[in-house]
Write a protein that binds this ligand. Structure first.
Ligand SMILES: [Mg+2]
Length: 176
């Protein structure tokens, strides 16, 4: 059961994503979380770091789709500036967004990667689809109120991961 919560990669930051590894592994679509992964919660507008990151992915031919469990109001400026497909209330870890993406881009679960800062939404959702799962360190320690209970359980999951010798909090695994 814990294997479903285990990410394939564990990054010190979303911006450390090994794009070449994604290409080598046949990834065509990257589902990206926004809150605390690419931008802090309070930041509604993109910054140059994020613009540059998205441009590298575009050059690499990887389609980016934003999927957040937050509101469209939070994502609106990002959606407008990038013109990229953006899903609010995406209900990760449930398969709705994955199903839409598979249909739209004609890809299977193995051709999708998902990156985010939460085990119970981003990683569990991706592992259930057989997708490449990438956990990134949250940008800020402060979480949205509805994330806090999940963080408590995540600490327990990290404890089990360490016991089982899978991975350790803060010991990153950034390449494949
Ligand atoms: Mg997040």
């Amino acid at each position: 059961m814990f294997k479903l919560l285990l990410p394939r990669l564990y990054l010190s930051s979303a911006y450390a994503l090994p794009i070449d590894d994604l290409i080598r592994n046949g990834i065509k679509v990257l589902i990206c979380d926004v809150d605390n992964s690419l931008l802090p919660h309070h930041q509604l507008y993109m910054n140059d770091k994020m613009r540059n990151f998205l441009s590298l992915l575009k050059q690499a031919g990887i389609q980016v789709v934003f999927a957040s469990n937050n509101t469209m109001k939070r994502l609106q400026f990002i959606a407008e500036e990038t013109g990229l497909e953006t899903h609010s209330f995406s209900c990760k870890p449930f398969p709705f967004v994955f199903n839409k993406i598979k249909k739209k881009y004609g890809v299977n679960g193995h051709e999708i990667a998902i990156m985010g800062d939460q085990i119970f939404t981003d990683i569990l959702g991706g592992n259930l689809q057989g997708s490449l799962t990438i956990l990134c360190e949250p940008l800020e320690k402060k979480d949205l109120f509805y994330t806090i209970p999940f963080r408590v359980v995540e600490s327990f999951v990290f404890y089990i991961f360490e016991k089982k010798g899978y991975m350790k909090k803060g010991e990153y695994h950034e390449t494949m």
